[in-house]
Ligand binder design. Sequence first.
Ligand SMILES: Cc1cc2nc3c(=O)[nH]c(=O)nc-3n(C[C@H](O)[C@H](O)[C@H](O)COP(=O)(O)OP(=O)(O)OC[C@H]3O[C@@H](n4cnc5c(N)ncnc54)[C@H](O)[C@@H]3O)c2cc1C
Length: 374
Amino acid sequence: MNRTDPEITIVGGGVVGLSVALGLLLAGRRVHVLDGADSDARASQGNFGLVWGQGKGWNFAPYARWTSEALAAWPDFARRLADLSGIDVALDQTGGFEFFTDAGEMDEFAGMLAQQQRHLGNQFSHEMLSGDDLRAQIPGIGPDVVGASFSRHDGHVNPLRFLRALRSAVVAAGGRVEMSAPVAKIAPVTGDGFDVLMASGQKRSAQKVILCAGLGAATLAAQLGFATQIRPQRGELLITEKLGDRLPFLSSTIRQVDEGGVQIGGTKADAGLDDRETLDVMTGLARHAVTVFPALADVRVVRAWSALRVMSPDGYPVYARSAHHPGAYLITCHSGVTLAPLHATVLADWIESTSAAPDLEAFDENRFTISNAA
Ligand SMILES: Cc1cc2nc3c(=O)[nH]c(=O)nc-3n(C[C@H](O)[C@H](O)[C@H](O)COP(=O)(O)OP(=O)(O)OC[C@H]3O[C@@H](n4cnc5c(N)ncnc54)[C@H](O)[C@@H]3O)c2cc1C
């Protein structure tokens, strides 16, 4: 291998690949990010921008703890990103609500949060509010809302600006980001890293290869012997015209972006790779927003889109080293915005196996092969 070759090639330049790249660069590694084709599904360009913990890991304590650590790390991370990139990602982390119009669903969620609270102890706090308490706190909440949960740890960022900030920070930290550079194949070279074969026919070399290609990782992961099956899950979103008045709350389905528009989302559908938005879902989203906050009835929707989530079989992150090809890693998750502060710091220690490496055994992909074998 040529001494000027990057030590580490990251396949995928979405928020996960760029966050991991940033962490490795700040740890002193040479890093090259190869991003795919414009036609790729790109969750990083269509997400809701939440930095969110409520309900996360209620039935899987390692994920509850990982998410909680990420939330605690966000304020410093946003500052560091601004220093490196000159871009303010508009972090607003002053707490968020989950609204309910069905008392049974609210009770069920209260049980989930109680379980999450048991996992996290004093690292987490939440409260359940009745409809009346909620309306006393936030005038204008609709009469059909039966109540809400609230957690002060939750927040949001501007997701497109976040992606741009990450890319700029990676470049500022000395990384190379190559756009429109899809990887066709990764071939292990005995005892000497990997040959990375580009769709263009070019060949690159790398000591380590980290797959962060979102839904595009499926075929490349199989080439390296990873067992994780990655699946798409469609989410649809609406955005309204910009409002002068600030919305008096943040929720997991309704939020006002820093530029003024109100974004409405939260739907989930298994529709394969079909990322078209649908009229009935858009209608449902608009109805939900007006039920929660009737004043939104007078506001115009200006755009709708859908995007595909990157889901592992159980929905939790996968941090896996290839058992067959040392030096190859698979990193994939939903909630890549929320988890970014950890991906951009301690994940580098895990990749480099330093003494500061977090214990990520619970997120290994062997959880799928073990449960499949059982
Ligand atoms: C509707 C929706 C709402 C969401 N809301 C939130 C939220 O509020 N908060 C939150 O934390 N998360 C949210 N997410 C999840 C978050 O967006 C994802 O976790 C995150 O974007 C995943 O990033 P990624 O880099 O893994 O994947 P992607 O963003 O899909 O990026 C993968 C990249 O890999 C590249 N690639 C693919 N194949 C190849 C190849 N062969 N060679 C080279 N490059 C390749 C692609 O071009 C792409 O740029 C949401 C997702 C969706 C869809």
